[in-house]
Ligand binder design. Structure first.
Ligand SMILES: [Zn+2]
Length: 636
């Protein structure tokens, strides 16, 4: 029997949300109650575990989506409440010894491969929260979890509240755009305040022609939350270390990496050094170009205060791409249609518009499509919510509406973005392709029996690879020319695309080295818990970054990712390396070649999280992943 998509209400969203959100949460609780009462060892236990996970995911998905996009405040607020309830229940569930006992009573030998894998992963989660340990350890784990959460929040809060302001001469605004100058009035002493907020500091460091003022602003920026975050960070690193060792791991990076594609702390160190070595030649060459330009201004080296300025300067001088020239080829409507045409052709998909009176989305701007294979087999439904409006989520992301489960429910996903209705920046086009990569992964991976493996359910450090891969199509002249035409219908010239790409890529070597400095700092600090973090930071600077630090600055106290990414900052670069490796299988002269794309769809996207990401990549490439394609790209 064909499955049907979720049906939205004609008008009363609040009642509908209560049924779908709170109702599914209640269903999860009932499945768990039954699971705990079930005969130990019975296969009913894993079925009920899956039922509970499906219901919990359904509740969380709908609440997460509507709290971000629904135009009615009451619906948004109720959705937020349900989100909090779902998160709280999910945490409690993974700390419940009765649930753990029931699940661990099931003999893996009685399950098929998929079921065994699901059970092993679930039991590992329990192990990682200490549920299988005695009461003393469990209590300490809970204390440490609370402590790391609290310290992470304090670390981030100190950065947020640690906003500083540099005072520089008004003349230092020379080079900045008119709207920036307008919003930064010069006071009666002839000085102007430049805060450490990104929209203030980044344009200033990129465009101000005053080298001394840039140094003052950059030094202020790299002093955020110093020294107030020193003791917080020391305690946080210590608490994470204790938590990891208490649970039987050698250190925090090993604990954190266990559930990632990279697998171990040692592998992080090796990855950082591989990328760093690969980026060396290109990076040194680029820094040489920037330094030569800086010398003309009497500046002796490229440091944290001037690299943005000279990077921008050289890019403009060498590749000067006129943004107006580019925008006229990217009309939103054409880009939207082009995206569906190209991804349809690439992955063998059909997008059939769902009439608004049938789809009944949460806002009239939202369009909906039923997605099927070329042969008519149904896959699921997507919603595109692509323009800004008040109170809507203001970044770009893919949201789940329903996680697909084979023979039970169709996958449904939503793109939430904030693009203009007329002409778009090329950057926005790249973002659209990126997010669509997540959406298509969610849909195509939605045919699993265990919801744990549904859709974008691969290791956390692999998740961005399929979306980064799809960005390549937005940089290919042949692909762009299919839909990027100006008002007269003239396609974007291939030379312009080449120029845009060259500008985009200039600096990839030294920027990769900066990224590796960040990654090394995040990893080493967690591994070593240095007693003198500034001294250790300077050593790592010298080892990895090609950009010199400023004296008496403390970048790490303001490095917010230490709270969230912990020792795993490498993931940014990791997924890019994997994406480049995946891309190496495609024909660069014909990105729309359907056979390789179909193979990619079936080998990498369709299995969702049912296999380890390393295995998915190997199934597609016919060999284990490696860094060669990435290295070639860096040095071409
Ligand atoms: Zn993404």
């Amino acid at each position: 029997m064909a499955l049907t998509p979720l049906e939205f209400p004609a008008d009363d969203w609040l009642t509908w949300l209560n049924e779908r959100g709170a109702g599914q949460l209640q269903a999860a609780r009932e499945s768990i109650a039954e699971l705990v009462r079930a005969e130990p060892g019975s296969l009913l236990i894993v079925q009920l575990w899956n039922d509970a996970a499906i219901a919990l995911r359904n509740a969380g998905s709908v609440a997460g989506l509507l709290s971000s996009v629904h135009p009615e405040a009451a619906v948004m607020e109720r959705a937020e409440e349900i989100e909090v309830e779902v998160q709280g229940y999910s945490t409690d569930l993974h700390l419940d010894p009765d649930v753990y006992r029931a699940l661990s009573s099931v003999a893996p030998a009685n399950l098929d491969d998929d079921g065994r894998r699901m059970l092993a992963k679930s039991l590992r989660d329990f192990h990682r929260s200490g549920v299988d340990r005695d009461a003393g350890v469990r209590d300490r784990v809970r204390e440490l979890e609370a402590k790391t959460t609290e310290l992470s929040l304090a670390f981030s809060r100190n950065i947020r509240d640690g906003r500083l302001e540099a005072r520089v001469p008004g003349s230092a605004l020379a080079g900045l755009p008119a709207d920036y100058v307008e919003t930064h009035p010069v006071d009666s002493d002839g000085l102007v305040g430049i805060s450490t907020d990104y929209p203030d500091v980044l344009p200033f460091l990129t465009f101000s022609t005053d080298a001394a003022a840039r140094r003052v602003v950059a030094s202020t920026f790299f002093s955020i939350a110093s020294p107030i975050n020193d003791p917080v960070l020391a305690e946080l690193l210590q608490a994470r270390h204790e938590l990891a060792t208490l649970l039987g791991y050698a250190n925090w990076p090993d604990y954190d990496a266990e559930v990632k594609m990279i697998g171990s702390g040692d592998a992080i160190a090796a990855f950082i050094d591989t990328v760093s070595a690969a980026a060396g030649p290109a990076g040194e060459r680029e820094i040489g170009i920037l330094a030569a330009r800086a010398a003309l201004d009497g500046e002796t080296e490229i440091d944290a205060s001037n690299w943005r300025y000279f990077h921008e300067f050289v890019k403009r001088e060498q590749y000067g791409v006129d943004a107006h020239q580019v925008r006229r080829y990217f009309d939103f409507g054409k880009v939207h249609d082009g995206l569906l045409q190209i991804t349809g052709q690439l992955f063998g998909l059909r997008f059939t518009p769902v009439p608004a009176d049938q789809a009944r989305p949460w806002h009239p701007d939202v369009t909906s499509y039923d997605v099927s294979f070329d042969d008519g087999r149904q896959i699921g439904r997507i919603y595109l919510d692509l323009h800004p409006r008040e109170r809507k989520y203001n970044h770009a992301a893919q949201f789940d509406l329903v996680a697909g489960v084979r023979d039970r429910q169709l996958p449904e996903g939503v793109l939430v973005c904030n693009f203009p209705r007329g002409l778009m920046e090329h950057r926005d086009v790249v973002t659209l392709f990126h997010e669509f990569g997540h959406l298509i992964h969610h849909l195509l991976g939605g045919g699993q029996s265990w919801v744990r493996f549904s859709g974008v359910a691969t290791e956390w450090d692999f998740v961005e690879a399929p979306s980064q891969l799809l960005e390549e199509w937005a940089w290919d002249a042949g692909v762009l020319q299919l839909f990027a035409t100006d008002a007269d219908g003239t396609p974007i010239p291939a030379e312009l695309v080449a120029q845009m790409k060259a500008a985009e890529e200039f600096g990839k070597g030294f920027l990769a080295r900066t990224q590796m400095f960040y990654a090394a700092l995040a990893y080493r600090f967690h591994l070593e818990r240095p007693t003198d973090p500034t001294a250790r930071m300077l050593e790592l600077y010298a080892e990895y970054s090609l950009v010199k630090p400023l004296p008496d600055t403390h970048f790490y106290t303001g490095f917010g990712h230490l709270a969230g990414y912990t020792s795993g900052y490498y993931t940014y670069m990791w997924s890019l390396v994997i994406a480049k490796d995946l891309f190496s299988a495609f024909d660069p002269d014909n990105l729309l070649e359907p056979e390789v794309a179909a193979h990619y769809r079936d080998a990498v996207l369709a299995p969702g999280g049912s296999k380890d990401a390393g295995e998915l990549v190997a199934d597609f490439l016919g060999r284990p992943y490696n860094t060669k394609a990435f290295e070639d790209w860096l040095n071409r």
